[in-house]
Structure formats: C-alpha cells, structure tokens
Design a protein around this ligand. Structure first.
Ligand SMILES: *Cc1c(COP(=O)(O)O)cnc(C)c1O
Length: 457
C-alpha cells in the first residue's frame, strides 16, 4: 500500500475544547501586560468591554483556564467543514527536490474559504445566547466579513459590515458573498458614523483603512443597545477559538506517522491563524519537552513583528479601543496596497507579541513578488490555489525546504494553509502579467507613526 497523502479525521475526532495558551504563559516566564483604558490609562475590567462584547467572550478574553469547552451548538456548525484535512506535500517536495518532509493543514474547506469561521461561529453563538440582535464588524479584503455574515445567518442575527472602501470597489465578489449570506455591507469611511464623517470631512476621497473601519463598527456597537461588535483577529478569545487548527494537526501528524515537527510556519496579520495553529505546538515546547522552531511570516509592507516596537497602542485609527501592549507600527500607519489584504494591520495579538518578546517564536518578513513565486511553485505541484496571505507561509516553508536540500537534512516542516485564493485571482493576474510591485515600509514614515504612540506611564 502506498503512503497516505492526506489525513481526514472523523467528526468524532474533533477537539471538544479550545486550548488557552494564557494558562501556560507563566511556565514560560511570561506575564501578559493588561489592556489599558484609552482615556484613563488604567487597566480595564470586564465592565469596560461590556458595551462591545457579550460576557462569555469577555470571560474567555481574560481566562487562565487551560481548556475551554466548545458548546455543542458550535460543534454542530463546525461539522459542516471540520475536521479539515492535513496533507503531506509529496508532489511539491519532489518539485523542489528536497529531502524535507512538508505537511500542510488546509483551512480553505470552510464555507468562507479560510480559517475565519472557526471564531465567527462561536462569536455569533455567544452573542445570540446573550440576546444580542445585531453585530457590526469591519473587513479589509472581505474574508472576515464573509465569515461573520455566514455565522450570523446560522444564528439568525443581523450583520453589518464596514468594508474598507478600496476593497469594496476592487473586490465586488466578497461583498456579494456577504450579501448572499444576508449581511448589510457599507463602504468605509461612511457617513453613517461620527468617525467616518470626520475622516470624510478631512479627506473626501479617502480609500479607507482597517483602522478607520474598526472605529466605525465600534462606534455603532457602543451607541446602540441591540448591537455588539465582533473582531476577527488579535484578541485572546479569537486566537483561542482558532486552536482547533493546531489540535487537529497534532492528532493528524500522529496518525500519518510523522516525526515531531522541526519547524512550524504560519503567516501573521493580527495573529489568529498563526496562534490557532502554533499555540498547541508552543505548549509542547513550554511544558512537553519539545523543541520545534515556530516561525511567523509577515509582509515587508506591514512588518509589525519584525520592524514594529513592543508598546501600548490603540487598535484603531480614531483612538477609541483599549490600549494593548503589542508589536505595532503605530495606529495611524497606512500600509501600501499589497494584495495580502489580511496582513495589512498595524498591530499584533498581545499573546503573540509577548511570545516574540520572550524569544519563544521567530518572525521574518518578505516581499510580495517572492510570495507569488512560492505560491506558483506550490499550486503547480499540489493543485490548491493559495490566498496571498498563506503564500507568505509557503515562501518560508520553501526557504526551509531548500536549506534542507543544501544540507541534505530531512526535516519535518508543517505550515498552515489558512485559505484559498479563489477571490484573489486579480492578484494572480497582476503577478502573471509582471505588474506586481514590491513595497518596503520607509523608515521615516514608520518613525512618524511611532512618534504618535500614546504615552503610557
Ligand atoms: C484574515 C486572514 C489572515 C490574517 O489574519 P490572521 O488573524 O493573522 O490570521 C490570513 N489569511 C487569511 C486567509 C485570512 O482570511
């Protein structure tokens, strides 16, 4: 019998709990700095977050419980696409001529085509349980907006999405996907919020940014009793929900008889697919006596982990969110228009930032032409057409595999293929026609943004 190419778990093998890395950070000598109130600079309590999130999610945000049970209603919806497959990349290994063993976890089989429904579904569920009627959110490229639209539809909640205007105009299919699932989609900046009107008054032709769209969505949730807000990345509870990815992967690697990984790779925008995939492996590094290298990959145009500072900053442009201690490029950072829309955020998860600061993970950045070179190499061998975001992880995996080719080592490399690129064919068109540009973030512009960081005692 020939060797297995993919491991497909049964629904009965699905994780029943999410893994909370906050329980194991003390064993690594890490204390997470608390979020601070944007006005007073004092640590915030659950009551400060109550206008935006239901209490169940606030409790998860601050929990130090190691395992948190996944409600049956959430598991039932996860079963529409979970467990997701894990593949051995035999064809790509052969094309690269590497002795490395490459595996990838594929999250593109979800209804929205990425890992994002893993958190959208529980967020909609806990809001529904708390009697919430409407959710607002922001979306850049549209992946989070489509995931939340789908999840809200499953629980009969209204969904309003502020979509960054440039994407609203350039990505009509993502918008239509959200509308098909019943959501209302508004280009941001809009005239429906104070934050949007302020931006439009100053810059009428603003094409928007994630930071502005967050300000609009937060404002609407904070000013309406029937409405709360949902965030698709960055926060602890979001990364918690995503840990189904890493837990399944560990089980699948065991089932396919893989060696324990030498290297774990994922792309990082706000950190949710990276955290969800890597945290269960990091736990094994902290308490299980394992030594996998854990590598986050980000774009050279938005290099928060590699070139940002570790400091308290706002999550949004209008300076309304709590301050998080994180690797940041500054809340008024405006990224170059790279195609990996999901990786253009100025900040990073506080948990991931603390792990980076403590030396438990590595980070690298890469230009967009290089990631499309890697995406082409991968899709021509494995068939799956990756989104530009996970193509950052594919690029890093390729570097590791080519190093193995030189050294003759047969390392085990596992990466997270967090979404397909079926809505990103415009980016592939630009690449194939040699029209893609590389962007470095200029040091002067970065310094200017960093000069505007909030002053914290
Ligand atoms: C949203 C998204 C990202 C970036 O967000 P993270 O929270 O860093 O995972 C990356 N890849 C895909 C496919 C996405 O949809």
């Amino acid at each position: 019998m020939s060797a297995l190419t993919k491991v497909v778990l049964s629904e009965r093998d699905m994780p029943t709990h999410w893994y909370n890395i906050s329980a194991d950070l003390p064993a690594a000598g890490i204390t997470l700095p608390p979020p601070l109130h944007p006005g007073t600079g004092q640590p915030i309590g659950p009551a400060d977050l109550a206008p935006l999130f239901p209490m169940a999610l606030i409790e998860q945000e601050v929990s130090t419980e190691r395992y948190i049970e996944i409600p049956d209603e959430v598991q039932d919806i996860y079963k529409l696409w979970r467990p997701t497959p894990l593949y051995r990349a035999y064809h790509w290994e052969k094309a690269l001529g590497t002795p490395a063993k490459i595996y990838y976890k594929y999250e593109g089989t979800s209804p929205a085509g990425s890992h994002k429904p893993n958190t959208a579904v529980p967020q909609a569920y806990y809001n529904k349980e708390a009697g919430v009627k409407r959710l607002t959110t922001e979306t850049g490229a549209g992946q989070w907006g489509s995931a939340l639209s789908f999840a809200c539809q499953m629980f009969g909640i209204e969904c309003k999405v502020y979509m960054v205007k440039v994407s609203y105009e350039q990505k009509p299919y993502r918008k239509l996907m959200m509308q098909t699932w019943g959501a209302t989609v508004v280009p941001s900046p809009s005239n429906q919020t104070h934050a949007g009107r302020t931006i439009l008054a100053a810059t009428p032709d603003s094409t928007g940014s994630l930071g502005i769209a967050i300000s609009e969505a937060v404002e609407e949730a904070a000013t309406r009793d029937d409405t709360k807000y949902a965030l698709g990345s960055v926060l602890n509870h979001v990364l918690l929900h995503q840990t189904v990815i890493g837990q399944e992967s560990i089980k699948q690697l065991e089932m396919i008889g893989a060696d324990w990984p030498d290297v774990i790779v994922a792309c990082a925008g706000g950190g949710s697919n990276f955290g969800g995939f890597a945290f269960p492996f990091i736990r094994e590094n902290i308490v299980g006596g394992r030594h996998a290298r854990i590598v986050a990959v980000e774009p050279a145009a938005a290099p928060s982990l590699t070139r940002g500072v570790y400091a308290y900053d706002f999550g949004d442009t209008a300076q309304t969110t709590p301050l998080l201690k994180m690797h940041t490029l500054g809340h008024d950072f405006v990224p170059a228009p790279i195609h990996a829309g999901g990786l253009r955020y100025h900040g990073m998860s506080a948990q991931i930032s603390a792990l980076k600061e403590a030396g438990l993970i590595e980070a690298v950045n890469v230009q967009q032409r290089a990631i499309f070179d890697a995406a082409l190499s991968f899709t021509r061998a494995e068939g799956i057409l990756p989104a530009p975001e996970p193509s950052h992880a594919i690029w890093q995996t390729m570097q590791e595999a080519l190093k193995c080719k030189e050294s003759g080592e047969s390392k085990t490399i596992v990466f997270n293929l967090c979404g397909h690129g079926h809505f990103d064919l415009g980016a592939y068109e630009a690449y194939l026609n040699n029209k893609l540009e590389d962007f470095d973030y200029p040091t002067e512009a970065l310094q200017k943004s960093l000069d505007h960081l909030p002053k914290v005692a």
